[in-house]
Design a protein. Structure first.
Length: 676
């Protein structure tokens, strides 16, 4: 459909520069993009309720006859109210409209109309304020509701959409060629677009949706496969296939069964005919670092090099500490590369890396910088992968020749999403926690109980433990009624006099961050006041208590990551969620979190509650945003699209698939991180 994608939105009737700007804000700079702006919901004008049965405070469609000519009253502030009463023969409904002088002309006494809006008032006198209405017989059964923005109502978008649909050429270029549509029972693009915007029936809507969801998944899958493609080369860095027992003997603890299985799977890949492409999913604390270390060991033993990339300096430093302590006795040299290290040292280490004197480079994305050259990079590991864009991963991989790739994810991504985001990676799951872990008890409290919680924390401190206090803000914000670290510093100084505390947040300089973190890790600091920067991977086993202020602010998966910072040692640990939220949905969400420990269940719940947007949020993956597919519900279509993508991918250069390739390019071009 390319021509319409080149046609500016302002070329539509009724869209000037001002509205054009609003459409751009909605993500529709062109007519083509507008057509791909799908309704977020549909109003159902088809199923009607009698006035007597209509529930208060809910939307309803009511058919009624206007009793007499609407009345007009002027009120303060220059407003004019128009009131009318309609009846369905049994009960009356009172309507009020503001400042709409056409009402007396539009609502004729004796005529029957359909009214749609929220029912207010009382059971004795039901009302609707400014309902939408159409004369009976003129209604459409299903009316689309579009994402609106200030100055642009769903109605306006609706009108523009009608114009846009009228512009569709007779022969729409369909990304899905006819034989493919036939095979999968999908309607054509023009029919799908008409059906998604202005369906005549629920069946038509369902067909349109099925086709568009399929297309979206297919394009995404194919785009991902192209990114990942070319990896099925020969394996230039084979390792021996036997289990690395030599590594296991370096560890102070026996590996868990899940760790052994995952290591064996990865070693099997690396010993195989093509490079490894594996995702390791493991809940917080499942011991992913040991898995990474085992593979680095295996690679280093062959004389190759490995790189481990972490999303934050804190985490990189921590990995460096534990891995170098573990691997140095085996004669494996590690080095840390971060943005804040002195230039001279970095240059020196870069030289050693280029000469192969350093076997394992650990760092942040500073590893990707131009000056970092490997002698023979054989293994690239990214930790907490959801923080990296697809292209950062490939940039690091580009520093070697077809290196093995291991992606470690601590956000237990629901399998549905994993399949989507990591399309052709093999997946290992670390589904077992190391023994002796203490369960973390979780409590949900409100602010009147804060002092009691502090008393409880004091007890843990007295017993020699440490704690995290998490706030959503760094500084007070008069517009946000949220706890800030700035304020909390005073609160804590009063509540825990004499207790060494430190602050940690993302806006601090790296050196300050490191100082705070290492003071906490060494035990000199007992309380760490932090934002969610600690969510990623921080490991201080003596920390056994955590208090999270404004818990309502966080997604479940994020809370799970935070909670994963405690219960890492042999001590009984407690996580306290503090919120004054009243909203029942919010409280239900937090209670579910309180009562659930399994990260996968939490992630699934999060996905259902918040939708996939969170996982795809802010284009962290560099993936295009899904417009229509809802992964919690569209699993079957996802599977079929995946199979289809696998079948199609070798044939994409055939001319019949050119429109499909154009669609892939278009979609992935907007995911600004992706390099195809
Ligand atoms: P994560 O999967 O969250 O990255 P880590 O690798 O940081 O987990 O491991 C969490 C803690 O568990 C660390 O302190 C680590 O030393 C310890 N650990 C890892 N594997 C084992 C094991 N098999 N037995 C005992 N402790 C382990
Ligand atoms: Mg980790």
């Amino acid at each position: 459909m390319p021509p319409l994608f080149e046609r500016e939105i302002e070329s539509l009737k009724g869209v000037g520069p001002k509205r054009g700007a609003l459409y751009r804000k909605l993500g529709a700079p062109t007519v083509g993009a507008l057509l791909r702006l799908y309704p977020r919901a549909y109003e159902d004008w088809g199923s009607r309720t009698s006035i007597g049965e209509a529930a208060l405070n809910e939307a309803a469609t009511i058919q009624g006859q206007v009793l007499q000519k609407p009345t007009e009253t002027r009120v303060r502030g220059g407003k004019t109210l128009y009131k009318a009463i309609v009846t369905d023969g049994e009960s009356d409904l009172h309507l009020t409209f503001f400042n709409n002088r056409y009402i007396p002309m539009l609502l004729r006494p004796g005529q029957v109309y359909l009214f749609r809006g929220r029912v207010t008032g009382s059971f004795l006198k039901k009302e609707m304020l400014s309902p939408e209405f159409v004369p009976q017989g003129k209604e459409k059964a299903i009316v689309p509701v579009y994402p609106a923005t200030q100055g642009l109502t769903s109605r306006m978008v609706c009108a523009a959409m009608e114009h846009a649909l009228a512009l569709l050429p007779k022969e729409v270029q369909d990304p899905l060629p006819a034989p493919l549509r036939e095979k999968y029972g999908l309607v054509g693009l023009a029919e799908a677009l008409r059906g998604i915007h202005f369906p005549q029936s629920p069946e038509e809507l369902a067909k349109a949706k099925a086709r568009l969801v399929f297309e979206e998944f297919l394009v995404l899958q194919l785009g991902l496969m192209q990114i990942k493609g070319g990896r099925r080369q020969e394996n230039p860095h084979p390792v021996p296939g036997a289990f690395p027992e030599g590594f296991a003997s370096l560890l102070p603890f026996p590996l868990t069964g899940a760790q052994r299985r995952t290591i064996a799977e990865a070693i099997g890949d690396m010993a195989g005919p093509s490079p490894m492409n594996r995702l390791v999913q493991g809940d917080v604390g499942s011991g992913k670092t040991a898995v990474a270390a085992a593979l680095c060991w295996a690679v280093a033993k062959q004389g190759y090099q490995a790189a481990l990339m972490a999303p934050t300096e804190i985490l990189a430093a921590q990995h460096f500490q534990s891995l170098s302590a573990l691997l140095a006795p085996a004669g494996i040299r590690c080095a840390l590369f971060t943005g804040s290290m002195p230039a001279a040292r970095r240059r020196e280490q870069q030289a050693q890396l280029a000469q192969g004197e350093i076997s394992l480079a650990i760092g942040t994305h500073a590893l990707i910088s131009g000056g970092t050259v490997f002698q023979d990079l054989a293994l690239v590991i990214t930790d907490e992968q959801h923080r990296f864009g697809v292209n950062q991963r490939s940039a690091l991989a580009g520093k070697g020749t077809a290196p093995h790739l291991l992606v470690m994810s601590a956000t237990p991504i629901p399998r549905t999403l994993a399949l989507m985001v990591y399309g052709d990676l093999d997946i290992s799951v670390l589904d077992e926690l190391p023994p002796g872990r203490q369960e973390v008890s979780t409590y949900l409290i409100d602010s009147p109980k804060r002092q009691r919680a502090f008393g409880y924390i004091q007890k843990h401190l007295d017993a020699g433990r440490q704690g995290y206090l998490v706030c959503p803000l760094v500084e007070d914000d008069p517009d946000l009624p949220l706890m800030s670290l700035e304020k909390y510093r005073e609160v804590v100084a009063r509540a825990f006099p004499g207790t060494p505390a430190a602050i940690l947040h993302g806006k601090m300089k790296n050196a300050e961050k490191e100082q705070a973190m290492s003071a906490f890790a060494s035990g000199a600091v007992r309380l760490l006041l932090a934002t969610t920067v600690i969510e990623v991977g921080v490991d201080v086993p003596n920390a056994a208590i955590m208090l999270i202020e404004n818990a309502e602010r966080y997604g479940l998966s994020q809370l799970h990551q935070l909670r994963g910072r405690i219960g890492r040692g042999p001590y009984k640990s407690t996580c306290i969620l503090l919120t004054d939220a009243q909203n029942e949905d919010t409280l239900a969400r937090l209670r579910l979190f309180r009562d659930t420990r399994d990260g996968f269940k939490i992630a699934d719940a999060d996905l259902k509650l918040r939708g996939p947007g969170d996982f795809f949020g802010a284009r962290q993956h560099g993936l295009p945003q899904l417009k229509i597919a809802d992964m919690a519900n569209d699993m079957d279509i996802l599977r079929r699209a995946q199979l289809c993508a696998q079948r199609l991918s070798p044939h994409l250069d055939e001319p019949v698939y050119e429109p499909l390739c154009a669609e892939i390019r278009r979609l992935f071009a907007t995911g600004d991180q992706v390099v195809l």
